[in-house]
Design a protein around this ligand. Structure first.
Ligand code: HEM
Length: 499
């Protein structure tokens, strides 16, 4: 605050004191409260309205700003303007746990969400990722059910292992993600030590309308590090905001964390022949088949000036995309394109895009979306609020930039094939256990990791009171590996007996 700034009410009216006493006592030295004490009334009324709804998922988060630098020219597969070699783009980052509430411990065993808003010179691009390359479901209608089963029981208001495992036994396609969650990676040692993944297949597009399917990987340059379960639990009690503090302090002392950003690229022809359905988010693409290619580097180097304004009011959505980047036909991704702006309108209001943290740094001219609550720009003055005006015709990107309109068309002939393939099925086959079985082998290469994973499962499973449900879990994990299933069974039942 500058030296010459004096205190006012929110309407700018100067007020003599920030205490109630000035009106209560007045010159007479005593008195009752008066309705004319605008300051008191406004203070109390505003306080009652300070909270906005927390995000229904991903409520607790670390947030900061930084920079994305393109490390190579990507014009061979995209016309995205931020991917020209050496170009730097400002970034807002928000990394969250998923299930627990805003005040919960950020070292809880959970998937971590990873959002990035790239303020590019052709509009904002939101990358709304997780720190795991796969997901629990491939049918979007299951998303609310899955999350409820991870949250509090409707009667007891307690987290509930029965509900959690009941969902997963009934929806076994999540087995790959369960293995990741109960491995060491389920308790990362702060944001600085975790990777992030698009998980979904996206598309990088060129101005001529051609495209490549892509998965994006964000790899920590600090090295992946995780807490043991015991450490994570201890820290959750001692400092539930451990991750927020770790990031804030690292940036304050100039120890800026960095990540390399890679893509796996697949041509439409390769997609048609690939052994996995590329729109099934429970599967990864082999790095041997589709090697990682570096496209950029991310450095986080600025803390928020105000958490509420910069991070809580931030709204990310996979539907926020720039020319050169597009959604694929993955049905989960398609559902997300609707869910996030819808959540933002509920949580922040219909004009949430105008909030400073969400506002594009590039030009915005969207005169057919106007008015509404909390409109605080010039609302496009007297410009036509209808399409087709000859009085003031609308100009389009392709005219100004002299590019092909195809740069902005999201639909190609390939959508026909994609439509057929993405007509997902909830049917579970042995193929769903191939990648989990391979992951179990990879985990086995790290000393003690398989044992730790089983221990982590046991500590959750021993809370399941229905023997039949526990049997369902053992047989689910037996489909990954027989030895895993039987060890899980004997150790869980022994733990229950000993309790
Ligand atoms: C059908 C599937 C999904 C639906 C319906 C869904 C819906 C939502 C909703 C409603 C929010 C809260 C948004 C807000 O209040 O601002 C959210 C947050 C989030 N979701 Fe999802 N989600 C889905 C799948 C996924 C997947 C697959 C990922 C990662 C690959 C993901 C990553 C995130 C992240 C990172 C956030 C936090 C955004 C932030 O930082 O503000 N979600 N999701």
């Amino acid at each position: 605050m500058g030296d010459d700034k004096y205190y006012t009410l929110a309407e700018g009216c100067p007020f003599a004191s920030n205490s109630t006493a000035v009106l209560m006592r007045g010159r007479q030295g005593g008195g009752l409260g008066l309705l004319q004490d605008t300051q008191l009334i406004e203070t109390l009324a505003h306080f009652s309205r300070e909270r906005i709804p927390e995000r229904v998922v991903h409520a607790k988060a670390v947030g900061c700003y930084g920079e994305f630098e393109a490390t190579r020219d990507c014009s061979d597969f995209t016309c995205a303007s931020f991917l020209k070699a050496g170009k730097k783009t400002q970034v807002l980052q928000r990394v969250s746990t998923v299930g627990p509430e805003s005040g919960s411990a950020d070292t809880s065993r959970d998937v971590h969400g990873w959002s990035m808003k790239l303020y590019t010179d052709e509009g904002n691009l939101d990358w709304v990722f997780n720190n795991t390359p796969v997901f629990f479901i491939r049918d979007p209608i299951k998303f609310p059910s899955m999350n409820r089963s991870h949250k509090r029981h409707p009667q007891t208001h307690l987290p509930d292992a029965n509900m959690f495992w009941d969902f997963h036994v009934g929806n076994p396609e999540g087995i790959h993600q369960l293995l990741v969650l109960f491995s060491d990676r389920g308790t990362p040692k702060s944001v600085r030590y975790m990777n992030a993944y698009s998980g979904h297949t996206y598309k990088f597009t060129k101005a001529d309308g051609s495209f490549k399917y892509a998965k994006i990987h964000v790899k920590t340059q600090q090295g992946v590090q995780n807490f043991s379960s015991a450490e994570a639990t201890k820290i959750a009690g001692e400092n539930p905001d451990y991750m927020i503090q770790d990031m804030f302090e690292a940036i304050e002392r100039g120890d800026y964390p960095t990540w390399n950003v890679y893509v796996q690229l697949m041509s439409p022809e390769e997609a048609e022949k690939y052994k996995w359905n590329i729109f099934d988010m429970t599967k990864v693409w082999s790095h041997k088949d589709f090697p990682l290619q570096q496209i950029g580097r991310l450095t986080m180097n600025r803390n928020p000036r105000n958490y509420f304004a910069d991070i809580e009011q931030a709204a990310f959505s996979p539907s926020t995309m720039v020319p050169g980047f597009a959604a694929s036909a993955d049905p989960v991704l398609q559902a997300r394109l609707f869910a996030y702006p819808d959540a933002a309108r509920y949580r922040l209001g219909v004009n949430y895009q105008q909030l400073p943290t969400n506002a594009a740094k590039s030009q915005v001219y969207c005169p057919f979306q106007r008015d509404g609550k909390m409109q605080f720009g010039d609302n496009y003055g007297g410009d036509p609020n209808y399409v087709g005006s000859s009085i003031k015709p609308t100009k389009f990107y392709q005219e100004v930039k002299r590019t092909e309109p195809a740069a902005l068309y999201l639909h190609t002939d390939h959508e026909k094939w994609a439509g057929e393939v993405s007509a997902y099925t909830s049917e579970i086959t042995d193929a769903d256990f191939v990648q989990p079985a391979a992951l179990w082998e990879v985990i086995g290469r790290e000393p003690g990791h398989q044992d730790r994973l089983i221990d982590n499962l046991v500590s959750s499973l021993k809370g399941v009171k229905y023997p039949e449900l526990r049997k369902g879990v053992y047989s689910l994990f037996s489909r990954v590996n027989k030895d895993l299933g039987s060890k899980l069974q004997s150790r869980t039942e022994a733990a229950i007996k000993a309790a």
